[in-house]
Design a protein around this ligand. Structure first.
Ligand code: OGA
Ligand code: MN
Length: 298
């Protein structure tokens, strides 16, 4: 039977006594689901599976996303199309050079975000496997947006209830001055509406839903929206809401994209290889639909 070792009382836990490369018993899967609902970030140390086994584990939680790298014709995928390549490596296994487009694109992961909030049907959860880890730096930090919501004052809770933000991958990349998108990508990355506050059906808890992909809020001047989103992200990423994960080789970390943000920390990416592979599971419905909000098209 799996063991659950909390890292903090309500956020992040380590899961032991399980080999995710093998078929999971219904009891173990149920225990993992229960722990995931409570802790939102689960660390599974020492998982020596291959890509197919990682995908098979992820499929227990729902349908998998296809990597956005596939949108760009000239990109040749290093990994299976259901895996996001979060590494600093090219197809030849060598470190990407400083001006490589993929490297610059992936720098967006250094900003606080949640995966795929720029998709109308966003992500439910992500599973990231560490194959090669730099000896220093390269941690991943996670913020608990449920605890951050609970800690808001009542006035702010009232002010943000029912707000709808526009999320686009181009918005987060533009924050770093990255604008190199082709026509297909521009179309795929048009802004989509997402609630700012959501209720999680499994735990019943309320949560903020934030990301650097969000730039505008419906019915609010752009500058005011940016200011509000910045304040909310600053609030939600105070140290008391954050777990910082120092990777060991073969860690699998699974997080709830509905109620956490994360960011990758810097490391010497011209010196060390960091090979990370992510499977991402889609949520069941767009967030506005889940919250019962009818949202007009643009
Ligand atoms: C991701 C991500 C950050 C990191 O895999 O979605 O944002 O530390 N990763 O690599
Ligand atoms: Mn991410």
């Amino acid at each position: 039977m799996v063991t659950i070792q909390p890292i903090t009382p309500e956020f992040a836990a380590e899961v032991g006594d399980v080999d995710l490369a093998r078929p999971l018993s219904p009891e173990d899967l149920a225990a993992i689901r229960t722990a995931f609902t409570r802790y939102a970030v689960l660390v599974f140390p020492d998982q020596t599976f291959d890509d197919e086994q990682q995908l098979a584990f992820a499929r227990h939680f729902g349908p998998l996303e296809t990597t956005v790298f596939k949108l760009r014709k000239e990109n040749k995928l290093r990994l299976h199309e259901n895996l996001a390549d979060v590494s600093n490596l090219g197809n030849d296994g060598r470190i990407l050079e400083t001006d490589n487009r993929l490297r610059l694109y992936n720098l967006g992961n250094r900003l606080w975000h949640t995966d795929s909030s720029f998709k109308r049907l966003p992500a439910y959860c992500s599973m990231l496997h560490g194959r090669s880890i730099p000896p220093v730096g390269g941690q991943t930090e996670f913020a608990d947006l449920r605890a951050a919501y609970d800690a808001l004052d009542e006035g702010t809770k009232r002010r943000i209830a029912g707000l709808v933000a526009e999320h686009s991958l181009m918005t987060s990349r533009a924050r770093l001055g990255f604008t190199d998108f082709d026509e297909t990508e521009r179309k795929a990355f048009e802004p989509v509406p997402q609630v700012v506050v959501r209720r999680l059906p499994d735990s019943g808890r309320m949560s903020l839903y934030l990301a650097s992909h969000a730039g505008a809020i419906r019915g609010m001047p752009r500058a005011e929206a940016e200011a509000l989103l910045k304040e909310l992200i600053e609030h939600a990423t105070q140290r008391q809401f954050v777990y910082s994960h120092r990777w060991r080789v073969n860690d699998l970390v699974m997080w709830d994209d509905r109620c956490t943000m994360h960011r990758g920390m810097a490391f010497d990416d011209q010196r060390y290889k960091r090979d990370m592979r992510r499977a991402t599971v889609s949520d069941v419905a767009p967030t506005c639909e889940q919250m019962g909000l009818a949202v007009a098209a643009e």
